[in-house]
Design a protein around this ligand. Structure first.
Ligand SMILES: [Zn+2]
Length: 443
C-alpha cells in the first residue's frame, strides 16, 4: 500500500530540523519511502495536505496507562500534604485493587485517547501487587488493538516486600524474552523501577545486571518528590542521583522520570552518564511537587523527553504546559521555545528509548509514524519559520486529522479507525464499577 500526502507542510524534526513545503511524502507499507514531487503515479491513495502540518507522531516518554481508571472518581480521602501521602492514599490504594482485566481496559482506553490526540508511541510502567504475572500481555493486547506503539514494563517495587520486587522484575524479563522470541512491530519491553525510596540496593543492582544481560531501556522515578531526597540522605547520606550513580545504574539506556529535586552535582552525574530525563510538567503541577529544573538540564546538556505520568493523555496539552511552566517559573520568556518542547515530544523521546533510528523524525527509511494537524479554521498563514509557534499558540487535539502508526492509518478524519469508541466504553464498563467499589465508591 502506498499513500501519498500532498502539499502539506512537513515538520521533519530531522537533524537539520527542516520544515519542507511544496514537497509530497510517500508512505510505502510501514515506512516513509520518499519525499519530492511527481510521486503521484506511484501512489495507491492520495491525501490532500493543503493547509495541514505533518509531524512525526508524538512520543510520550513516561506514562501510566492505568491512570485513566481514576478519572472523575469521587474518592473520599483526607487532603494530602505531601507526595508520599498522594501515593499512599490514592495510587497505592488503587493499584492494589487492580486485576489483570483492569490493565487491559485501561490500556485500551488510554491508547485510544493517545492516538486520537496524535501520540503514536509511549513508554508505560504498570503497577499493582495483585496483577503482576502476565499483566504485560493484557496491556499489549490493548496496545495492539488500538494499533499504537508501546514500550511496556511492570514497575518493580519493594514497598510491601522483597518478593514483590522480584516478581516485578521477573514479569519484565518474561515479556522481554517473549518479544525476543516473537517480535511484534508495535511492542517493546523495558525495565522499570518505582523510586529509590521503595527499592533496596540489591534490587536496583539486580535490575541493572539484568538490563546488561538482556538489553532494554531502564526507567526509574527519580526525585519526583522530596521524599526521595530525604530518604536517601537519611539512609545512605547521599542524594538520589548520587545513590543511583554509586550503584552503577545510570547509563545512556536509562530514563529518569521527573528529576524535580536534583541539584547541580546530580545534573552533572546525569549528563556524564548519558541518561535522559522524562519531564512530566502537568503531573508535577497536579501533585504540587515542584518545577523540574529543565532550564538547568539544558544548560548541562542533558536530553529531556516529555511524559504525561498517566495524567492527561493529550500530547498538545502536555507540550503547551512544558512550554509555559518554565517561563512563569523563571519569570523569563526566553527560557523555553516552541521548537524545544516539540523536540521533547518527538525526537528526544525516540532517542531516550534507543529508537531514534526508526522513530521521532520524518526521514526516508524511518517508520511511518505520523500526525497530520489541520488547524481549522486556519487563522494566520502557516509559514515554515512559524510552525512550532503555530502549534503552541493555536493547535489542540481537535486539529489532529489523520494519524499513522507503522504505516497504518489509525485516525482518519479525526476518528479512531482501529477500535470503536463504544467497544472501549464497554470494556471500561465491565471493570470500572467493580474497581471503584473496592475503593468505596458506588457507581
Ligand atoms: Zn510515573
Amino acid at each position: 500500500m502506498r499513500t501519498l500526502i500532498q502539499n502539506a507542510i512537513i515538520i521533519t524534526m530531522d537533524p537539520q530540523r527542516r520544515v519542507l513545503t511544496n514537497t509530497d511524502l510517500l508512505i510505502e507499507d510501514s515506512v516513509i519511502a520518499s519525499f519530492g514531487k511527481g510521486l503521484k503515479e506511484k501512489a495507491d491513495r492520495v491525501i490532500d495536505g493543503t493547509g495541514r502540518m505533518v509531524l512525526p507522531g508524538f512520543i510520550c516518554g513516561h506514562t501510566h496507562l492505568y491512570g485513566i481508571m481514576l478519572r472523575g472518581a469521587p474518592m473520599d480521602i483526607k487532603p494530602t500534604t505531601d507526595f508520599l501521602q498522594i501515593l499512599d492514599r490514592i495510587w497505592w490504594k488503587v493499584d492494589s485493587a487492580f486485576v489483570n482485566e483492569d490493565a487491559y481496559a485501561s490500556a485500551l482506553a488510554s491508547c485510544y485517547e493517545f492516538v486520537k490526540s496524535g501520540t503514536t508511541c509511549f513508554a508505560d510502567t504498570y503497577s499493582g501487587p495483585g496483577s503482576v504475572e502476565g499483566v504485560l500481555d493484557e496491556i499489549a493486547k490493548g496496545v495492539t488493538e488500538v494499533g499504537i506503539r508501546g514500550i511496556l514494563a511492570f514497575e518493580a517495587t519493594e514497598r510491601n516486600s522483597k518478593e514483590e520486587g522480584e516478581r516485578g522484575l521477573k514479569e519484565n524479563v518474561r515479556f522481554l524474552k517473549k518479544l525476543q522470541k516473537s517480535p511484534h512491530d508495535l511492542l517493546y519491553g523495558m525495565y522499570s523501577l518505582h523510586a529509590s525510596f521503595t527499592l533496596s540496593d540489591e534490587l536496583i543492582q539486580k535490575t541493572r545486571d539484568q538490563a546488561d544481560q538482556l538489553p532494554a531501556p531502564l526507567t526509574i522515578h527519580t526525585s519526583e518528590g522530596l521524599i526521595d531526597v530525604y530518604h536517601n540522605i537519611e539512609r545512605y547520606d547521599k542524594r538520589t542521583v548520587e545513590r543511583l550513580f554509586d550503584l552503577g545504574i545510570l547509563g545512556s539506556d536509562v530514563v529518569l522520570a521527573h528529576c524535580v529535586h536534583v541539584n547541580h552535582d546530580e545534573l552533572e552525574l546525569i549528563r556524564g552518564s548519558g541518561a535522559t530525563v522524562a519531564h512530566n510538567p502537568m503531573s508535577n503541577m497536579n501533585n504540587a511537587v515542584g518545577v523540574a529544573p529543565i532550564k538547568e538540564m539544558y544548560e548541562h546538556g542533558i536530553s529531556v523527553c516529555l511524559g504525561n505520568d498517566g495524567f492527561i493523555f493529550d500530547a498538545i496539552e502536555n507540550i503547551r504546559t512544558a512550554y509555559l511552566i518554565h517561563k512563569v517559573h523563571h519569570l523569563d520568556t526566553r527560557v523555553t521555545t516552541p521548537q524545544q518542547v516539540i523536540e521533547m515530544a518527538t525526537i528526544n523521546g525516540a532517542q531516550a528509548y534507543g529508537l531514534a533510528d526508526k522513530l521521532g523524525s520524518i526521514e526516508a527509511g524511518k517508520q511511518a509514524d505520523l500526525v497530520m494537524l489541520h488547524p481549522n479554521p486556519r487563522v494566520t498563514p502557516i509559514l515554515p519559520g512559524g510552525v512550532y509557534g503555530y502549534i503552541i499558540y493555536g493547535c489542540t487535539a481537535h486539529d489532529v486529522e489523520h494519524v499513522f502508526v507503522n504505516g497504518n492509518q489509525v485516525v482518519e478524519d479525526h476518528q479512531v479507525t482501529s477500535v470503536k469508541q463504544e467497544d472501549v466504553e464497554k470494556a471500561l464498563d465491565r471493570v470500572v464499577p467493580a474497581l471503584w467499589k473496592k475503593l468505596g465508591i458506588d457507581v
